[in-house]
Design a protein around this ligand. Structure first.
Ligand SMILES: *[C@@H]1O[C@H](CO)[C@@H](O)[C@H](O)[C@H]1NC(C)=O
Ligand SMILES: *[C@@H]1O[C@H](CO)[C@@H](O)[C@H](O)[C@H]1NC(C)=O
Length: 469
């Protein structure tokens, strides 16, 4: 597994993957949140983010606090005799998608060690937050995890008959696991033994260590930034390399993956915008619009520099985008000299395609998907959703070219109407629309794309429906 494009996997290379993953995320956030101007609709934007405050989520916090497992009287393995695992090393102040893949894997490790996963809020990096820091209701800028995801990782139930303890909040951990009852495991004592090991070996090593601890409460404590830039159990060096792939088998079949759900907040934002996707032909509301939808993730702006950096650092695709079952691996011709113009051209084409290439890719992806998948009523694909920061002439011209090519309905991220909760979770909204679409085309270097690929594969969507530029 995993011999797709590894042209020298040095730490420096991985560093780049990292930087790019963060950069991609940054770009994603910076365009997911600006003031929205539905360009194709004659209605003025209803919400002005300057006037609309961030969501206080008072009831959601309260609901989280009152989860039924937050009860000291519950019998083992929950309650005051229960077993708990907290990752104090979880990455903070990074884009949501870098946090998301890590916290799911941590939850999977907790499940495998039969301990309750201690879930934490999402800590925003100030630059990515749609509001000025001064408007945050807390000392840090926080979103409750249950606004972003649902399922057992965020405290939902496991399958009937599964006696694994349910995840608990960080506040409850402070109560059920007083400081003097915690066994601390320091990442500095563990990571040197398994640095650069394949993901399954890293997982097994931690699993044994945690299983062997007799203490009720285990806390994984990070080393300092100077010692280890990314002191996570599953760190960005791992996510940015094919070493992650041996974990796919167990992770994708885990209850953590299978029971992962879209949050009610995200579902509500999508539901109120779904009319935008309803086709105008007679079938109208009777069809599921996602059956006829292709979603494309199009990054623009100052992205060229990021793509050239990827080329320079021989960077591989990110995480699950490296799965060998997917149809568009990054296969570079071996004779191409590194850092030559021809080499950089190929990377740019894969990372930042121009409008013509985008329209062409959509056409081919549609043909190849339809060739293998005739759904109900002789399925067609004619609804396009564009996840994009782009506005203005470039986008309008491309939409025109797509229309000529048979895409009769084209909606972009900018067309969605978002209230303050919608603005707070907009990255998860776009992700979920891309999850549901029949076909998705993304950027292989992006963690946002990789998290979408994860959910689509777990949902049982065929690999031919997951494409990369
Ligand atoms: C806590 O758990 C005990 C034991 O199952 C139960 O009797 C009690 O009603 C629970 N308390 C709350 C507030 O749910
Ligand atoms: C990228 O790979 C080429 C060929 O293997 C190598 O010569 C070059 O030093 C690598 N670049 C970096 C920045 O590691």
């Amino acid at each position: 597994m995993g011999h797709i494009l590894v042209r020298g996997a040095s730490q420096r290379l991985q560093f780049l993957v990292l930087i790019t993953a963060c950069g991609l995320l940054y770009l994603w956030f910076s365009y997911a949140h600006p003031t929205r101007h539905p360009s194709s609709l004659p209605i003025p934007p209803k919400y002005d983010k300057k006037k609309l405050p961030p969501p206080p989520y008072e009831r959601l916090w309260k609901w989280q606090e009152n989860l039924p497992q937050h009860n000291l009287s519950l019998p083992f393995p929950e309650g005051r005799t229960g077993r708990y695992l907290k990752f104090s090393c979880e990455v903070k102040l990074l884009g949501w998608n870098n946090v998301f893949n890590e916290l799911l894997m941590n939850a999977h490790l907790a499940y495998e060690t039969k301990r309750a996963f201690v879930f934490q809020d999402y800590f925003w990096k100030e630059d990515y937050y749609p509001w000025p820091r001064s408007q945050s209701y807390h000392r840090d800028i926080l979103t409750p995890l249950n606004a972003l995801i649902a399922g057992p990782t965020a405290g939902g139930p496991w399958a009937p008959g599964d006696d694994t303890p349910r995840s608990v909040s960080d506040d409850y951990w402070q109560i059920v696991c007083p400081v003097n009852e915690r066994k601390r495991i320091y990442t500095r004592d563990v990571k040197p033994h398994i640095r650069n090991s394949p993901g399954d070996e890293i997982f097994a090593y931690w699993k044994k260590l945690i299983m062997d601890a007799p203490e009720r409460c285990v806390e994984i404590v990070p080393s300092s930034q100077e010692e280890d830039n990314y002191p996570q159990v599953f760190d960005l060096w791992l996510w940015g390399s094919s070493r992650i792939l041996p974990l796919w088998e167990s992770f994708s079949k885990s209850p953590t993956s299978l029971l992962l759900e879209t949050s009610p907040v995200v579902k509500a934002v999508i539901a109120r915008n779904e009319y935008l996707f309803v086709p105008r032909d007679r079938a109208g509301w009777t069809i599921n619009p996602y059956d006829r939808m292709m979603a494309m993730h199009i990054r623009r702006g100052d992205f060229k520099e990021a793509c050239l950096r990827l080329a320079y650092w021989n960077s591989t695709f990110y995480s699950w985008n490296l799965l060998p079952s997917l149809p568009d691996p990054l296969d570079l011709p071996l004779h191409l000299g590194w850092n030559t113009p021809a080499y950089n051209d190929i990377i740019i084409q894969r990372c930042l395609p121009d409008a013509k290439a985008i329209v062409e890719k959509a056409k081919r992806a549609r043909e190849q998907y339809l060739a293998g998948h005739v759904g109900p009523q002789g399925r067609n694909l004619d609804i396009m959703y564009l996840l994009t920061n782009e506005k203005g002439a470039w986008l309008e011209n491309m939409k025109e070219a797509l229309r000529k090519d048979g895409w009769s309905m084209i909606v972009t991220s900018n067309d969605l109407e978002l209230d303050s909760e919608g603005m707070d979770v907009s990255m998860a909204v776009d992700m979920d629309i891309a999850r549901m679409a029949s076909v998705f085309i993304g950027n292989g270097w992006s963690s946002f794309t990789s998290n979408i690929v994860h959910r689509r594969l777990v949902d049982g969507k065929p690999p031919i429906s997951m494409r990369f530029w």
